[in-house]
Design a protein around this ligand. Structure first.
Ligand code: F6P
Length: 505
C-alpha cells in the first residue's frame, strides 16, 4: 500500500462522523446525495442521502480514489487494457454495450448481429416450431438469463425459457415436465464449455430429446461459449454456435451471447434496449468524476460501512417481484469479484474485502428478516430498489402499498424510535440507499446491472484488488475430480461421508 493510500484511509478512519439525524439538518442533503442517470426514456434515481456520507467523508474518499489510481484504472478497463493481471486479461463487458476499445466494440457488434440473425430465424420458424428453450448453464452463464427472463417476460414471452443450472437432476426434470420435446431447443451456455454441471445437464437434455422422438437432438442445440472449437468438438453445428470474447468474464457475460435466451424470450429490439440501458450507465461512469459518479459514490459508502464501520454484510431488497432474482445475481457479481484476501499485486489485503451480499424481495422480507435490520446487533447497510410505475395491472392499491412500505422501511431504519420498554426500542441511525426507477423494463434492468458492475469495480479499485479472477472456486472442483477418480484419501470426516453415501474408494 502506498503512503498516500495509507494516509487517505487513516484520515477516513479518524473522521468523527455524524448521525443521520444530524446530517439531515442540512436542507440540501437529499439533492447533494442523490443523482439520476437518464435513459432513452425516463431514468433512475440513486438516493444515497440516508447513508452516513458527508462532505468530509466524500472528500476523503475522493483522495483515496485518487491515491488508488481510480481514473487510470477506469481508463484501463474501458480501454480494453489488462485489468485482470492474474489471468493476463482485459475485462471487456462494456464493449458488448458499445463502450470500450473500438476493435472490441466492433467485434461485439458483429457477434451480436450473428445472434440477432439466429434469434430472428428461430422466431420466424426457420428451425421448425420452437415453443420452449431449456437453457443449461451455471453461475454467470445462468444467473443473468434467469434474472432477465424472469423480470422481463411477465406479460409476454416469445419463447418459454427454463434456466437450469444445478447438477441435481431434479432441476432438469422440472424443466422437462414443463416442456414439449417436439418444440424444445437446448441452449448450452458455458464460457469454458468444460463445466461439469453444464455438460452433464446438456447431455441429459439431449438424451431426453432423443428418447422422446427427436431424431436429430444435436440439431436442436445452440452453444453459447467463448471457446467455439470445444462446442464443435462436442457436436454442435457451427451455424448454431454463438461465440463471445474470452475477455468477457462469466459473471459479466449477460450482455454477450449468454444473453441469447433473453433475446429469444423478449425479442431483439428489447434486448438492444437492455444493452442501451447499460451503455447509458457506462457513459455516466466513464464521463463523471468524483462523487458525482454514482457508481463510485456507492462504492464510497460501501467502503465506509465495510472497512470503517466493520459491517460484514450488505443487503439488497427489491420492492418489485420482477427483481426477485436480483439479490442472487448480485451475490455472484459482488462476492465472486471482490471476495479476495490478496491485492492485485499479490500482497495480503489491508482490511476486509467484499461483505456478504444478501437480500430478498419486499414486502415479503419485512415479515421475515427485517427484525434483525431494525433491532439486531449487526449493522447492515441496505439498498432498496423500486419502480414508480407498477408492473401489474391490478388495483393501484397494490403498487401504492408496495412503494409506501419500501419508503417506510428506509425512514424507520434511519429515524428509529425510543421507548421505556427496551424490547420496543429501535436504535435508528441505520443506513439505507434507495434506487428508484421511473419504470422497470429492459433499459432499466440493463442500467441496474451495469450500475452494480461499475460499483463492484470501483470497490475493487479502492481496495486494490483484482475483481476479475475467481481462483477461490477451483479447489473444491479439483477435490470433486479427485473423489470421482478414486484412489486419493481425504480427511476422516470426508472419508466417512463418502463411505456412508456409497462413494468410497
Ligand atoms: O466456478 C465459477 C465459474 O467459473 C463462474 O465464474 C462462472 O460464471 C461459472 O463457473 C460457469 O462457468 P462456465 O460459463 O465456464 O461454464
Amino acid at each position: 500500500m502506498t503512503d498516500a493510500i495509507a494516509s487517505a484511509w487513516e484520515k477516513l478512519a479518524n473522521h468523527p462522523g455524524k448521525t443521520l439525524k444530524e446530517l439531515f439538518q442540512d436542507e440540501g442533503r437529499v439533492d447533494d446525495f442523490s443523482g439520476r442517470i437518464e435513459l432513452p426514456e425516463g431514468g433512475i434515481l440513486f438516493d444515497w442521502s440516508k447513508t452516513h456520507l458527508d462532505a468530509d467523508l466524500v472528500a476523503g474518499f475522493e483522495d483515496l480514489a485518487e491515491a488508488a489510481g481510480f481514473a487510470e484504472a477506469r481508463a484501463k478497463l474501458l480501454g480494453g487494457e489488462i485489468v485482470n493481471p492474474t489471468e493476463g486479461r482485459a475485462a471487456e463487458h462494456t464493449a458488448q454495450r458499445g463502450v470500450g476499445k473500438e476493435a472490441s466494440v466492433e467485434e461485439a457488434s458483429a457477434l451480436h448481429q450473428r445472434m440477432k440473425i439466429l434469434v430472428e430465424a428461430i422466431h420466424e420458424g426457420a428451425l421448425g416450431e420452437v415453443k420452449h428453450l431449456i437453457h443449461v448453464g451455471i453461475g454467470g452463464s445462468a444467473l443473468g438469463p434467469a434474472l432477465a427472463v424472469d423480470a422481463l417476460t411477465r406479460d409476454l414471452a416469445l419463447v418459454d425459457v427454463h434456466v437450469v443450472s444445478n447438477i441435481d437432476g431434479c432441476a432438469l426434470e422440472e424443466a422437462f415436465n414443463a416442456c414439449d420435446p417436439a418444440t424444445t431447443m437446448i441452449a448450452v451456455a458455458s464460457k469454458t464449455f468444460t463445466t461439469i454441471e453444464t455438460m452433464t445437464n446438456a447431455e441429459s437434455a439431449l438424451r431426453w430429446l432423443s428418447e422422446n422422438g427427436v431424431h436429430d437432438p444435436y440439431g436442436r442445440v445452440v452453444a453459447l461459449t467463448a471457446y467455439p472449437e470445444k462446442a464443435v468438438e462436442w457436436g454442435v453445428d457451427e451455424t448454431r454456435i454463438l461465440p463471445f470474447n474470452e475477455g468477457v468474464g462469466g459473471r459479466y457475460s449477460i450482455w454477450s451471447s449468454i444473453g441469447f435466451p433473453i433475446a429469444l424470450a423478449i425479442g431483439w429490439e428489447d434486448f438492444a434496449a437492455f444493452l442501451e440501458g447499460a451503455a447509458a450507465v457506462d457513459r455516466h461512469f466513464r464521463d463523471t468524476d468524483g462523487a458525482a459518479n454514482l457508481c463510485l459514490r456507492a462504492a464510497f459508502a460501501d467502503q465506509y460501512y465495510t472497512r470503517i464501520k466493520g459491517c460484514q454484510t450488505r443487503a439488497c431488497f427489491a420492492y418489485d417481484e420482477r427483481l426477485a432474482l436480483l439479490p442472487d445475481y448480485l451475490q455472484q457479481l459482488e462476492m465472486e469479484s471482490n471476495g479476495k484476501s490478496v491485492t492485485a499485486a499479490g500482497e495480503p489485503v489491508s482490511g476486509p474485502t467484499a461483505p456478504i451480499t444478501w437480500g430478498g424481495v419486499g414486502t415479503d422480507a419485512q415479515h421475515a428478516v427485517f427484525q434483525l435490520l431494525h433491532q439486531g446487533t449487526n449493522l447492515v447497510p441496505v439498498d432498496f430498489i423500486a419502480s414508480i410505475a407498477p408492473g401489474d395491472a391490478l388495483d393501484p392499491a397494490h403498487h401504492r402499498i408496495l412503494l409506501m412500505n419500501c419508503f417506510a422501511q428506509g425512514a424507520a431504519l434511519m429515524a428509529g424510535k425510543q421507548s421505556d420498554d427496551p424490547a420496543r426500542c429501535y436504535p435508528g441511525d441505520r443506513p439505507s440507499a434507495t434506487i428508484l426507477c421511473d419504470d422497470l423494463g429492459a433499459p432499466e434492468l440493463g442500467a441496474l446491472i451495469a450500475f452494480h458492475e461499475h460499483r463492484t469495480f470501483a470497490n475493487a479499485v479502492l481496495m486494490g484488488i483484482n475483481p476479475f479472477d475467481q481462483f477461490g472456486v477451483e479447489l473444491g472442483k479439483e477435490i470433486a475430480k479427485q473423489i470421482e477418480a478414486g484412489g486419493t484419501s481425504f480427511d476422516a470426516s470426508t472419508e466417512a461421508l463418502l463411505e456412508k453415501a456409497g462413494l468410497g474408494n
